[in-house]
Design a protein around this ligand. Structure first.
Ligand code: GLP
Length: 263
């Protein structure tokens, strides 16, 4: 088990969301008084739905002045986007982000950045997305989800720690995992995406990896027990000085069982 990862574990995903949103709120509040705050890094995925919902509920309770400041100064970069979906496709990550966060908070498109996946020139888009992020000083507070094959963003295995923002091919496993929102049909899931690379991820000031649910139990066990390697992209996170892991009981299932078996 890795010593440097700080782990916060919870009975269920709702308990996790409550505590995690406490922290995000504090971070966002402190960000208001920074003169040149860095952009926030955001993921999509089912893990994030209850978190974004709760975050919106909490933020809308802020006093008007602070809420306006927050909205005015908002700047986030999402990790990834499918290539080839139209802007208003309900499966695009842009749609997801504006449904759960941007819309309810009243954020503008240029404040809640998501790679432009409808482009004819995805390589060019990946390059300019990473250039824009660099120009803003890189990511500050970064939230990540975990794919069942160990991907973060859309950094699929094998993936090295110095991979940059780029066009990626999606694995069959990932397309199967994500097919739930494409009518359950893997053939409807795009084959390529644009993803922020490990290099930009590892340059963030602090990283919060959120893992919930029994289906992540196996990969979470591997993440905690295996050394850094290309075959497990999330494993590179262990190289970061400020990595926090937020997990619920279901995701920890295999870790707990293996621990018990040893005695
Ligand atoms: C998706 C996204 C990731 C996300 C991860 C987990 O494929 N590309 O950004 O964090 O996989 O998704 P979920 O929370 O739905 O399990």
């Amino acid at each position: 088990m890795h010593k440097d990862i700080r782990i916060f574990s919870f009975e269920d995903s709702q308990g996790l969301a409550n505590s995690f949103v406490d922290l995000v709120e504090k971070y966002l509040y402190a960000r208001l008084s920074e003169s040149k705050p860095k952009p926030i890094g955001l993921p999509t995925g089912r893990t994030m739905i209850p978190i974004y919902k709760l975050l919106v509920d909490r933020l809308l309770l802020w006093p008007e002045r602070e809420l306006n400041e927050l909205i005015h100064g908002w700047e986030s970069f999402n990790l990834d986007e499918y290539i080839g979906l139209s802007l208003d496709d309900i499966n695009s990550y842009r749609y997801f982000m504006f449904k759960y966060l941007g819309g309810p908070l009243g954020l503008k498109k240029n404040q809640l950045r998501v790679p432009f996946g409808e482009t004819e020139e995805p390589e060019k888009e990946a390059y300019s997305y990473s250039k824009d992020l660099r120009f803003k000083g890189g990511l500050g507070f970064l939230i990540l989800g975990l794919g069942v094959n160990g991907h973060i963003g859309f950094n699929e295995p094998p993936c090295s720690s110095d991979s940059c923002t780029r066009v990626v091919n999606l694995s069959k496993e990932t397309r199967t995992q994500n097919s739930f929102s494409f009518g359950g049909n893997i053939d409807n899931v795009p084959i390529r995406a644009i993803s922020i690379g490990l290099k930009e991820i590892l340059s963030a000031d602090e990283i919060h990896l959120v893992v919930t649910g029994i289906e992540k139990s196996e990969i979470l066990y591997e993440f905690l027990h295996k050394n850094c390697s290309k075959s497990l992209p999330a494993s590179w996170l262990k190289l970061h000085q400020k990595i926090f892991l937020w997990v619920d009981k279901d995701a920890l299932n295999k870790v707990r069982l293996q621990g018990l078996n040893k005695h």
